[in-house]
Design a protein around this ligand. Structure first.
Ligand code: AMP
Ligand code: ZN
Length: 453
């Protein structure tokens, strides 16, 4: 199985540390507002990763975090706190905001049929452990204090530029001096922030006799260390995380303990909508509720995501979503052929070809193109093949493609009898009634076939 590793900028053969168990960490959402269709591309692709690992005989030990503290609006160390912003917007506490949007996120996660991570960890449950990491960094002389927090001295971590291949010279030259005069280097970042006089910050904990809260990256370093141990196999996240968030996670964990954080770093690209960035001001921040209102299910959306590659920048449009919906319906009708007494095919070779694509850096688009070659035909899949499709794509084909009801079957027979008696009026009426139940009849040379309308 091959994966693109951001560390080497190459597609590499995936080799886990342990032969069977694969340790994976995925940076989770900041739970301050509803997730949009852009955010969820990542979780669909990382679900595909887990499924492909399973197909290769691996068992995953996967942790997803929920950021409920410390993420400032700019991703750097300034700007408003995202949780505080959410709380103000809705006139509730930050804890209520966290609860509400965490539940919403998990509901969307389930609606998409994504495999539950082994552990879901909330950042605020790891404050004590965060502070142990801060202590470890302090012992190594890697942090210094400023008036607004404890900062990481990135000049003391020689590998700092590695993951993102940062050009630190240019960063220095381009920095605005007034930005934070207390910082020793432009790239230095807050490990722990102090709550300043007059600052409204509901989530705060005492450390060294002062109140403060963790910097954004600390939670991931801590949770990985606590729950997955030394070096993990795969760390996943969006490409926006490479230069700041993931670079800083590495500096924290590797700086404190001297161990390599992750062997593989995989990053998903961004999606645009109708060619534009997703943003409130453009009014294109679509949630699953919005999709539902327009007649699309979470699985239609998942189908759309799987049609593309995680490393490609993709454009989302409702027209394309509709095409994905049709494609998913075709797969359902392919699966539904199982109930119609037609010949069943042997798709073992198709399955092998699909796996080859998936094992090649998660090429789901290639695998789906292979499926299209057989799914439009007249030959029914075996139960095994439908089960395989569900295991790799999680599109719920087996459960959504049951046999039609006895009532509809009786109507189909009645219609055949009406046709036999040349009562075409009755036959058409019955066909309409059946269509209203969501089942379309197709008359062929071997008799009548049905499909989901
Ligand atoms: P945000 O809550 O806006 O910080 O987004 C959380 C994460 O979702 C980001 O760090 C990205 O990795 C991901 N994300 C946000 N917007 C997009 C997008 N348009 N396409 C893909 N991923 C996105
Ligand atoms: Zn993270």
């Amino acid at each position: 199985m091959k994966l693109y590793n951001t560390l080497s900028r190459k597609v590499e053969e995936f080799e886990p540390i342990d032969k069977k168990r694969v340790k994976i960490y995925t940076c989770g959402p900041t739970v301050y507002s509803e997730a949009h269709v852009g955010n969820f591309t990542a979780y669909v692709y990382w679900d595909l990763l887990v499924r492909v690992l399973r197909m290769n005989g691996f068992v995953e030990d996967r942790v997803l975090n929920i950021t409920d503290v410390g993420h400032l609006a700019s991703d750097a160390d300034d700007g408003e706190d995202k949780m505080e912003k959410g709380a103000k917007r809705e006139g509730v506490t930050v804890w209520q905001i966290a609860e509400k949007y965490m539940e919403g996120f998990l509901a969307d996660f389930r609606a998409l049929g994504l495999i539950e991570p082994t552990q879901i960890c909330r950042a605020t449950d790891f404050i004590k452990e965060d502070l142990e990491l801060v202590e470890a960094l302090d012992k190594k002389g890697l942090i210094y204090e400023t008036s607004d927090g404890l900062y990481y001295d990135t000049a003391k971590f020689p590998d700092y530029a590695d993951l993102a291949r940062l050009d630190l010279e240019n960063l220095r030259a381009g920095a605005r001096v007034e930005y934070n005069e207390e910082k020793r280097n432009v790239a230095d970042f807050a490990v722990w922030k102090w709550v300043r006089d007059g600052e409204d910050h509901a989530m705060q904990w005492e450390y060294r006799g002062k109140m403060g809260y963790p910097g954004w990256h600390l939670e991931c370093a801590t949770i990985i260390h606590e729950r997955l141990g030394e070096t993990i196999d795969i760390h996943c996240g969006g490409i926006d995380h490479i230069p700041v968030h993931h670079t800083n996670e590495i500096a924290e964990l590797e700086g404190a303990y001297g161990t390599k954080m992750a062997n593989f770093w995989v990053h998903n690209n961004f999606i645009t909508i109708d060619g534009q960035k997703i943003s409130k001001s453009l009014g294109n921040v679509y949630s699953f509720k919005d999709l539902k209102e327009k007649g699309f299910s979470p699985l239609d959306y998942k189908m759309w995501v799987l049609q593309g590659h995680y490393q490609s920048e993709r454009n989302f449009s409702f027209q394309d979503l509709q095409a994905a919906q049709v494609r998913l319906k075709n797969y359902k009708n392919f699966a539904a052929l199982r109930w119609q007494g037609v010949e069943r095919g042997d798709f073992r070779e198709v399955r092998e070809r699909m796996l080859k694509y998936l094992n090649n850096n998660l090429n789901s688009a290639g695998a789906l193109a292979e499926l299209d070659r057989v799914a439009g035909g007249e030959i029914a899949p075996t139960e095994d093949f439908v089960e395989f499709l569900d295991r790799v794509f999680g599109l719920g084909l087996a459960e959504t493609t049951g046999d039609i009801s006895e009532e509809i079957k009786a109507k189909i027979l009645e219609r055949a009898r009406a046709k036999g008696k040349k009562d075409y009026k009755l036959a058409d009426k019955l066909r309409e009634e059946i269509l209203e139940e969501g089942v379309e009849l197709l008359d062929g040379k071997d008799g009548v076939r049905w499909r989901y309308a």
